[in-house]
Design a protein around this ligand. Structure first.
Ligand code: ATP
Length: 247
């Protein structure tokens, strides 16, 4: 079963230790099959939100969470990354963290580890990655650390797709890329979504994110400041001024 379900976040609080409150009372929904954009300044809590959903927040000692996070029937708040991946929820971390010393092929294989799939499912997943990113198919034996920045981002997304996610969590996929590659990333996200995967997209490039998304949320110091249909948010003064750079 690969049909996406809804992600429901209700009244989520996350702190790092007693001192740093990163999220407060955040509620957010990703409807089945949707692209939802998450905007906000540096430090607003966007990565913390994605890490809570993907279970990778547990790697941060002292992180405390309260509130509800569930994907379909699966409770994710407090779950570990393997539980999230098995439920179909996979994160592409910020900063294209690929395994630089491993080859492209080995990086992709790592994305499917722990799923106990049959070999033909691995091949299907890999074929999908290579059809999205033909450049990776030409470089299977190359060490990932020698790829260009854009290729590493493609590999990071490809590695996540190897787990056949129903919901993909993307943290700043266009960060530091040239405009032409930013456009390419936008096309790739749209294509992944057309193939049936929901996407929760954190992006500094608000124009691109609002174009791709059906709905959007703006986080400000850990709280949802604005939310609604992406096209409506793109017309608000606040979003135009602060995120789209218009006056
Ligand atoms: P950016 O766009 O800069 O990545 P962000 O919106 O993703 O920002 P987060 O990385 O979620 O924001 O950070 C939210 C708040 O939590 C910030 O005040 C940050 O300093 C703090 N924070 C994040 N990670 C940790 C950690 N491991 N330990 C302590 N505080 C943290």
């Amino acid at each position: 079963d690969v049909s996406p379900e809804a992600l429901h976040i209700e009244d989520l609080d996350v702190s790092y230790g007693q001192a740093v409150r990163a999220l407060h009372g955040v509620s957010l929904t990703v409807p089945p099959g949707a692209v939802v954009a998450l905007l906000g300044a540096n430090g607003a809590g966007k990565s913390t939100l994605l890490r809570t959903v993907s279970g990778t927040l547990r790697m941060h000692r002292g992180a405390i969470t309260a509130g509800g996070v569930r994907y379909g029937e699966q409770r994710l708040n407090g779950a570990d990354p393997v539980t999230a991946v098995r439920a179909g929820v996979v994160q592409v971390p910020e900063g294209r963290r690929v395994f630089g010393g491993l080859t492209v092929e080995e990086n992709l294989r790592a994305g499917g580890l722990g799923l106990h799939r049959r070999a033909h499912r691995d091949r299907t997943a890999r074929d999908r990655v290579f059809s999205l990113f033909p450049r990776l198919a030409e470089r299977t034996g190359q060490r990932a650390g020698l790829l260009s920045g854009g290729e590493q981002q493609m590999l990071a997304i490809g590695r996540a797709l190897m787990a056949e996610p129903k919901l993909l969590l993307l943290d700043e996929p266009s960060l530091g890329l040239a405009p032409q590659l930013v456009r390419r990333i936008g096309e790739v996200v749209a294509e992944i979504n057309r193939q049936g995967t929901s996407v929760l997209l954190v992006e500094q490039n608000a124009a691109m994110a609002l174009e791709l998304a059906s709905s959007a949320y703006v986080l400000e110091v850990g709280e949802v400041r604005l939310s609604g249909p992406a096209a409506e948010l793109a017309r608000t003064d606040e979003v135009r001024r602060l995120y789209l750079g218009e006056d």
